[in-house]
Design a protein around this ligand. Structure first.
Ligand code: MTE
Ligand code: MOS
Length: 755
């Protein structure tokens, strides 16, 4: 592992903060190009229908309208290329969800484009729609998805199985068995900046795309496929991205493809930016879930077996559902030693908006059930809830549920101990009990949750776990760095600058991170799965090592001793220039190969795991059913922390997003229609709902193969927070919730049910 000195771990302020706070950062909607058109989308009003005809003549008669594009105008393949190519770019004959793009209007103003969408006449013939997974799984249910995408047959997109040991034997050894059915609904990413892209026809028949996104190489692939261009002719540049949270993993491939189709047809730049209402109604969300758990444990609390059935509502097209579902499969046992595991996981097609990635992928959907089961076991056995977890958490040398023997960087037990101290668990429990004895109108509760998260794509997509970086020593001694993963608010660019200047031994002010541009760096995979910072940092370290070797050689030639290289850096850079030495290097990194077997679900699923324990205290108003978080403690093991303030920021943000998921966020769906009006009727937590006194700490169980021992943190805080909050509410009520959100009506319902 690299030696770390002053910069690693330091709470260096983010260089992107000033522009963002001053409103000077340029988001995609702030950009304009000469002759640029605005794109508006004609969308399906039906959850499932045949498209009989499209008549654009009236719209085309409008003075400001330049073109109307349908599937017939797609020069390449009419698909939004993600993993499976089942989602058409523009509907061809059938629509499968409300909001599905049918045609595009390109006009000289956004207003004119939107107005003209009402003048595109589309004739539909409604087909029977299937809008919930129960119905979709019934025999005889109409098959509503593109059959080629239904790997599991019928409406089942994916079916995955994990079998370790023998659950019957495991339940036979158990002194208690608890069983439960749990449901969660939609969660909206609520990034501050809605989805948007601008496509600009470029020289020699190429296309440039500027977009708000997480995965520029995915967008490059999608646009090339729809336009029928070689990848080299599509250049994708990330614009300042106002939050993503997984929502800009696959959706920008669609947005950019639609913008590119108008740009291609009109031979003019074309901008598509969704307004908030359209964004909330038509883009991916967290998969609603239905999960069944059976958990067996011995009298001392040791878990002997789990048997789990997971159903995720994928929506009408595959998009990222297989990757999301895989997380549910391999995370079902949490950070615990479970010798006998049986998991069946299915993602199911329905006539609803396609769901995708959301911080944690499919793991929150199993963490809520699993942590609930842990508490119920503790209660049945009369054991303390933290103690039951302590007896089961993975220790170095243990095997995960996929039978992965993990030796290094296993800090879950330390996070549990740290969180218990930070929360003053035992003392707080007695205070809570005393409070409840003296208050008839309000009750308090304490909840704890432990999580494991495999960093990267692991065994699901091993060919994506790589990263590239370029580094160029300029003639004045400043250094330009470029990486293939992106800043989306999480702090990657700051961490990368810290790593680069630490590795080169020069001040951060001398290093500049160039905007992410696919023509500048090799395909380094997506910025997802908490891998972005870790992988980019590894590639930067590789580049820095190569550049340093050259610096040392040139320094020697001009008589500067190694030790003085940092002080005389500018002199050395000048010598590169005068002596015609190549000042540019490329860095490359990949993770150790994983060996995971899709038939059994077993193997080394990920190169490394991050861990966390959260403890929440809530107060519940027994009359209104309102729950409020009053105290919070969080301990994380993400290996070495590169920037403490930013890592703590990730945790605080994850707590907010997690408590929103548990307590208030939801979108009802009625016959394929999402009942929500932008963010007006979507109940996000506000500053009054988040605990401002959260205590956050890190146990740094270094990952030897990570950059300076770091291993990824981005998604983990949300994953731990929601369950700690939900279990705290359960404790306060003395009732076990079976679904999210624990909003006032549901809490009142639970309180009024007999115990
Ligand atoms: N933090 C902010 N502020 N904004 C975001 O969009 N996305 C989360 C997390 N933290 C996100 C964020 C998600 S879903 C992921 S996968 C990670 O950041 C990705 O970044 P990293 O791999 O560099 O940690
Ligand atoms: Mo994060 S859901 O992996 O983009």
């Amino acid at each position: 592992m690299e030696k770390r000195t002053t910069l690693i771990g330091a709470s260096v302020p983010r260089p992107d903060a000033v522009d963002k706070v001053r409103g000077e950062a340029r988001y995609v909607d702030d950009l304009a190009f000469p002759g640029m058109l605005h794109v508006a989308v004609v969308r399906s009003p039906h959850p499932h229908a045949k498209v009989l005809s499209i008549d654009a003549s009236k719209a085309l008669g409008e003075p400001d309208v330049v073109c109307v594009v349908t599937h017939r105008d797609v020069p390449g393949a009419n698909v939004v290329h993600v993993i499976y190519d089942d989602q058409p770019a523009l509907a061809d004959g059938v629509v499968r969800y409300i909001g599905e793009p049918v045609a595009l209007v390109g006009a000289v103003s956004r207003r004119a484009a939107r107005k003209a969408t009402l003048e595109v006449r589309v004739e539909y013939e409604a087909l029977p729609a299937v809008t919930d997974t129960r119905r979709a799984l019934e025999s005889g249910a109409p098959v509503i998805c593109v059959p080629a995408a239904a790997e599991g047959g019928g409406n089942v997109f994916n079916r995955m199985v994990l079998v370790k040991g023998d659950v019957d034997t495991g339940f036979g050894q158990a002194d208690v068995v608890v069983e439960g059915e749990y449901e969660t609904g939609y969660q909206e990413h609520a990034y501050l900046e809605p989805q948007g892209a601008i496509a600009v026809p470029d020289e020699a028949g190429s296309m440039a795309v500027y977009a708000s996104m997480q995965c520029p190489f995915y967008v490059q692939g999608a646009v090339a496929k729809a336009l029928g261009l070689p990848l080299a002719k599509v250049r994708v540049v990330q614009t300042t991205t106002g939050g993503a949270f997984g929502g800009k993993e696959d959706v920008p491939s669609q947005i950019a493809t639609l913008a590119a189709l108008v740009a291609w047809t009109a031979r003019r730049p074309a901008k598509l930016v969704l307004d908030r209402g359209e964004d909330v109604l038509t883009t991916s969300k967290r998969h609603p879930s239905r999960v069944h758990y059976r958990t067996g444990a011995k009298a001392d609390g040791t878990i002997t077996a789990i048997d789990v059935d997971v159903v995720l509502d994928a929506g009408a097209y595959q998009t990222l559902s297989s990757a999301v579902l895989w997380r549910s499969l391999v995370t079902a046992a949490g950070p615990y030693r479970v010798p006998n595991v049986h998991v069946v996981a299915r993602s199911v097609a329905t006539n609803t908006v396609p769901n995708g990635a959301f911080r944690g992928f499919g793991s929150p959907q199993v963490i809520f059930p699993h942590e609930s089961q842990m508490d119920r076991i503790a209660e049945r056995l009369g054991l303390d809830r933290a103690e039951v977890r302590r007896r089961n958490v993975l220790r170095p040398g243990d095997r995960t549920s996929t039978d992965h023997r993990i030796e290094e960087s296993v800090g879950i037990a330390e996070t549990l101990d740290r969180a218990v101290v930070l929360a003053d668990w035992a003392e707080r429990l007695s205070r809570v009990e005393a409070f409840n004895k003296t208050h008839a109108d309000r009750h308090r509760g304490l909840g704890i949750s432990c999580v494991l998260y495999g960093v990267g794509l692991g065994g699901k997509a091993p060919s994506l776990d790589k990263a590239g970086a370029t580094m160029k020593l300029e003639a004045d001694g400043s250094v330009t760095v470029a990486v293939g993963t992106v800043e989306m608010g999480q702090g990657l660019s700051t961490a990368i600058l810290q790593v680069a200047s630490e590795a080169l031994g020069i001040p951060m002010e001398r290093v500049h991170l160039a905007p992410m541009d696919t023509s500048r760096v090799p395909d380094g995979g997506p910025t997802v799965a908490s891998r972005g910072t870790m992988m980019a940092a590894l590639a930067v370290l590789d580049a820095a090592r190569k550049l340093r070797e050259r610096v040392v050689a040139v320094a020697r030639e001009v008589g500067i001793p190694d030790a003085a290289a940092a002080e005389r850096w500018s002199e050395i850079a000048r010598a590169f220039w005068t002596r015609n030495v190549d000042p540019a290097v490329e860095g490359w990194a990949k993770t150790e190969p994983v060996s995971w077997d899709p038939t059994t679900g077993l193997g080394d699923a990920y190169p490394v795991y991050a861990f966390a324990t959260h403890v929440a205290e809530v107060e519940v108003d027994l009359a209104t059913g309102e729950a409020h978080v009053v105290d919070f403690a969080a301990a994380h093991d993400s290996g070495t922390i590169l920037n403490r303030a930013l890592a703590a920021g990730q945790v605080e943000g994850g707590i907010a997003q997690g408590l929103g998921f548990a307590l208030s966020e939801s979108i009802p769906q009625k016959e394929g229609r999402l009942v929500v009006n932008g963010l007006t009727t979507y109940r996000l937590p506000t500053i009054r709902d988040v605990p401002l006194n959260a205590r956050v700490d890190f146990v740094e169980a270094a990952f030897p193969a990570g950059p300076f021992g770091m291993k990824g943190i981005g998604e983990v805080p949300l994953m731990a927070a929601h369950a700690a909050v939900a279990r705290a509410v359960a404790h306060a009520m003395g009732r076990d919730p079976a679904r999210y959100p624990l909003d006032p009506p549901y809490v009142r319902e639970l309180l009024s049910a007999s115990a």
